[in-house]
Design a protein around this ligand. Structure first.
Ligand SMILES: Nc1ncnc2c1ncn2[C@@H]1O[C@H](COP(=O)(O)OP(=O)(O)OP(=O)(O)O)[C@@H](O)[C@H]1O
Ligand SMILES: O=P(O)(O)OC[C@H]1O[C@H](OP(=O)(O)OP(=O)(O)O)[C@H](O)[C@@H]1O
Length: 210
């Protein structure tokens, strides 16, 4: 039976395809400049959908894809009702609270938080009993506190270069992030064996890498 996999295009796509290749799937039509959005492997066992990272949990939750490869950040933000099957150990970064370098801590009231991840931000501050207002941005989030659009931000930190170059600092870490393999709950129930076999193959590739 053919499995449909939704893959986050963008910075993690190379690592994801590399793992699939090491597992034994070959995608003859795939090349980096391709604008195609659906690829089949040579053996017609895997149908690969190229999706914007933020949309992968939706494709999987709704059953448009049986499984998906996507960052934990998007899984948390979407609060997707899916199974998380494996940590693929690439796309490593963290999601943090950051603010102006000389601030050292965030205000405890009337806090405005700019983020690509308003749900993650809201949950984090709710647990701390700090009421916040979120401003949803789609990129260049670090700009917001510099020009007074927000007090602080919740964003991905990888090397710390973006914060550093914009005179910002980490005030709190929210979660460690890496790329995960997720599955649609109904697909997992119906195609348990096929998906378990897929997991096992990926696991053995990951073990070799460690
Ligand atoms: N420095 C980083 N910045 C952003 N994401 C990172 C970084 N390092 C690892 N990641 C992981 O890579 C995933 C994909 O990042 P990518 O930049 O391709 O997409 P995105 O920022 O989520 O969406 P967009 O297509 O809007 O840029 C993120 O969801 C995150 O899990
Ligand atoms: O700690 P660093 O290594 O500097 O990486 C973190 C930066 O990378 C990501 O931005 P991205 O490149 O996706 O750009 P955008 O979100 O601003 O569009 C993220 O949103 C941070 O801004």
């Amino acid at each position: 039976m053919m499995l449909t996999i939704a893959l986050a295009k963008g910075r993690t796509v190379k690592d994801a395809i590399q793992i699939l290749r090491e597992v034994g799937y070959e995608f003859p039509d795939f090349h980096e400049e391709s604008r195609k959005l659906i690829f089949y492997d040579e053996q017609q066992q895997l149908k690969m959908l190229f999706v914007k990272a933020v949309d992968v949990p939706t494709y999987v939750e709704k059953g448009a894809a049986d499984i998906g490869i996507v960052g934990k950040d998007h899984i948390l933000e979407a609060k997707a009702d899916v199974y998380e099957l494996l940590d693929l150990k690439f796309g490593k970064c963290k999601i943090s609270v950051a603010g102006l370098k000389d601030s050292h801590s965030y205000p405890m009231e009337n806090v405005t938080v700019a983020s690509k991840y308003p749900t993650i931000a809201r949950q984090f501050f709710m647990r701390k009993n700090i009421p916040i207002e979120t401003i949803k941005l789609n990129g260049s989030v670090e700009l917001a506190p510099l020009i007074g659009l927000s007090d602080i931000i919740v964003d991905i930190v990888e090397t710390g270069k973006t914060l550093q170059e914009n005179n910002l600092m980490v005030l709190d870490d929210i979660a460690k992030i890496s790329t995960r393999l997720i599955a649609n709950k109904a697909s997992f129930a119906i195609q348990t064996e096929v998906i378990q076999l897929f997991i096992q193959k990926i696991q053995s590739v990951l073990e070799v890498k460690q």
